[in-house]
Write a protein that binds this ligand. Structure first.
Ligand SMILES: [Fe+2]
Length: 196
């Protein structure tokens, strides 16, 4: 009888070393850490948390940013959303772009609470620019991140903008939400699905 190949079989030592270095590179996100450590970022997120402390529906808090980042990374690594504008960047750089965009995409939310005529996506892009520049993102990288933030509520996105807007929605745990019956997303009778 033929032996079944097992995907979890022991890797060759040299392959294991390559994988280990790759994972180390992916985990190092110094520029994203600089964004998260900035006083302005903390102030924006604290303001949002305070303004949403009684909110029944989806919040725009730090957990949501983490979930959006990880969902976007999974969608990208699975090739679910083609992003030709990222093809010149290394895998590590792409992960930094994804995480920076995800962590910053809702920072303008407090401005929308202060003035309902404002769009938090557009406001967020304006607030994010100095944070990205101070963290050391190059101009072209900053432009990609700001575009994704500014467009994350649109339905006609493509590429990196679509990656963020899909992750923003698909990271929400709607399936288990206690406020589902009153949620505008499901007013037409649609049902939430478990997605990546
Ligand atoms: Fe969001």
């Amino acid at each position: 009888m033929k032996k079944r190949k097992h995907s979890l079989r022991k890797k060759k030592p040299e392959q294991a070393a390559v994988n280990e270095q790759r994972m180390k590179n992916l985990r190092e996100m110094k520029r994203v850490e600089a964004v998260l450590a900035s006083a302005s970022y903390k102030m924006y997120m604290d303001k949002i948390a305070e303004l949403e402390s009684e909110r029944r529906f989806c919040r725009h808090d730090r957990s949501h940013c983490w979930e959006t980042a990880r969902t976007a990374a999974v969608l990208f690594l699975l090739g679910e959303v083609p992003c030709p504008e990222l093809s010149d960047y290394s895998e590590e750089q792409v992960c930094e772009l994804i995480y920076a965009a995800a962590f910053l995409h809702d920072i303008g939310r407090f401005r929308e609470y202060e003035d309902a005529a404002k769009d938090h996506a557009v406001e967020g892009a304006m607030l994010a620019r100095p944070l990205l520049e101070e963290a050391g993102f190059a101009e072209a990288e900053t432009d990609l991140i700001l575009s994704a933030i500014a467009h994350h509520r649109r339905k006609d996105n493509a590429g990196f903008d679509l990656l963020l807007s899909r992750a923003d929605k698909e990271s929400r745990p709607c399936y288990d939400c206690y406020a589902l019956a009153d949620c505008k997303k499901y007013r037409d009778g649609g049902k939430p699905k478990i997605t990546v």
